[in-house]
Design a protein around this ligand. Structure first.
Ligand SMILES: *[C@@H]1O[C@H](CO)[C@@H](O)[C@H](O)[C@H]1NC(C)=O
Ligand SMILES: *[C@@H]1O[C@H](CO)[C@@H](O)[C@H](O)[C@H]1NC(C)=O
Ligand SMILES: *[C@@H]1O[C@H](CO)[C@@H](O)[C@H](O)[C@H]1NC(C)=O
Ligand SMILES: *[C@@H]1O[C@H](CO)[C@@H](O)[C@H](O)[C@H]1NC(C)=O
Ligand SMILES: *[C@@H]1O[C@H](CO)[C@@H](O)[C@H](O)[C@H]1NC(C)=O
Length: 360
């Protein structure tokens, strides 16, 4: 188990990002998927070799920096060296760092109730040194403003306001289907849109905590990669119960067809006034190979544990080097924050109310 070292805050660095501020951020709404079953311990796998990345973009000899807030697609040739090499205040990433992982997007969504949890995840990612083009979809205007205010100018992030209807700013219980699952069930369409643009997408709920770089685990021949809470690593069976909260999608034909069917099924339920848990629908499709067989790479739950398993391993002082933990099955904002704090994994100083007060 990695021991979390709480480091001193990043130096107060004020960046003057001149050209193109691709802002951003990301978040994931947090939701716990129930996964109680015990998983057979599997040996720790060696990380596969790190993906070969193309050389960093070099800045043009000469460029005209335009002071602008226009958000535009990345065009390395038009970006000045100082912009290319300046570090994002929250991500600690330069554009050159981000550009070393081309074609990959980290996606998360959030609402105001999970602003702090989302920022906690971003801070954990920063500490791993991972730099990835990140899209954070804000499900309400308040969280959108907060994220824009905090992440603007940091080139690792792109913060977008949802285009499929704003949601409530508060946390709702599961029993409030149209808000609770309503929120969850919007995410598949964002994933689909990115896949259709040809991106590989790592969707992460906002209640994850990153200890190490997960990307080396997404090597190999598969359509999607995710956690199966029932089966030991590497074995897929009819009993598999996959978790939809941390999933790597490759833009393959099978993934596209599967995610499209997932979106369609949720939409059609919604039209009938039903808010089916997205994860159940996903598992139903995967189990019946509908509309196509999807090649899955299951992740080892010893190193990609969900909440209870993570704390169980921690209590047993099990010697696993956690990559990413997902606070699934620890239900509700307060419970998640309390748990994170109990294991030195709460890295934000301010409550959401304090953050809101700052901006007024
Ligand atoms: C937390 O607060 C301390 C003390 O005010 C500050 O130095 C540090 O930067 C803060 N950490 C974060 C992650 O904001
Ligand atoms: C930011 O990244 C640089 C280069 O990797 C590293 O030297 C520095 O310690 C990092 N700063 C923080 C606050 O993580
Ligand atoms: C990041 O991904 C978005 C699509 O989500 C794309 O428009 C943008 O150009 C990418 N940025 C970089 C720096 O690659
Ligand atoms: C993927 O689908 C496209 C069009 O739907 C088809 O042309 C292509 O051959 C398919 N690729 C594979 C590997 O099945
Ligand atoms: C944990 O595993 C590492 C690497 O396999 C090993 O070097 C270390 O001694 C182990 N620690 C304990 C306490 O078993």
């Amino acid at each position: 188990m990695s021991k979390l070292v709480l480091r001193k805050m990043a130096q107060e660095h004020v960046y003057k990002v001149l050209f193109f501020l691709q802002s951003a951020a990301f978040i994931a709404f947090v939701i716990n998927y129930s996964q109680k079953s015990d998983v057979v311990f599997a040996p720790v796998r060696q990380s596969p070799p790190v993906r070969q990345s193309p050389p960093a973009t070099t800045a043009p000899r000469e460029c005209k920096c335009i002071e602008a807030t226009i958000r535009t697609a990345f065009d390395a040739a038009a970006v000045c060296k100082d912009v290319l090499e300046s570090r994002g205040k929250i991500s600690n990433c330069t554009l050159a760092d981000i550009n070393r992982r081309p074609g990959v997007v980290l996606l998360t969504t959030t609402n105001l109730a999970f602003l702090d949890v989302t920022l906690n995840m971003l801070e954990s990612i920063k500490r791993t040194g991972v730099c990835v083009n990140t899209t954070v979809i804000a499900e309400d205007k308040k969280v959108f403003e907060q994220l824009r205010m905090r992440l603007d100018g940091d080139l690792a992030y792109r913060v977008l306001l949802t285009n499929s209807g704003e949601m409530d700013v508060i946390e709702h219980p599961r029993s409030h289907g149209s808000q609770y699952y309503g929120l969850m069930n919007k995410r598949q369409a964002y994933i689909l849109a990115l896949l259709q643009e040809g991106y590989e997408v790592l969707f992460s709920d906002a209640d994850t905590f990153w200890f190490r770089d997960p990307f080396p685990f997404f090597e190999g021949d598969f359509d999607i990669s995710l956690i199966d809470s029932v089966n030991p690593f590497g074995v897929r069976s009819g009993k598999s119960n996959f978790c939809a909260g941390f999933v790597y999608f490759k833009p393959t034909n099978a993934s596209l067809q599967f995610v499209k069917a997932w979106v369609d099924a949720l939409d059609s339920n919604k039209k009938k006034g039903r808010y089916t848990p997205d994860q159940n629908v996903m598992n139903g499709l995967l189990k019946s190979d509908k509309p196509v067989y999807v090649k899955i790479k299951p992740l080892d739950t010893n190193i990609f544990p969900y909440g209870p398993k993570f704390y169980d391993l921690l209590a047993k002082k099990a010697n696993y080097s956690t990559v990413v933990m997902h606070a699934a099955s620890i239900r509700g904002h307060e419970a998640k924050v309390t748990k994170f704090k109990s294991s030195d994994m709460w890295l934000v100083n301010k409550t959401t109310n304090e953050m809101l007060a700052e901006s007024t």
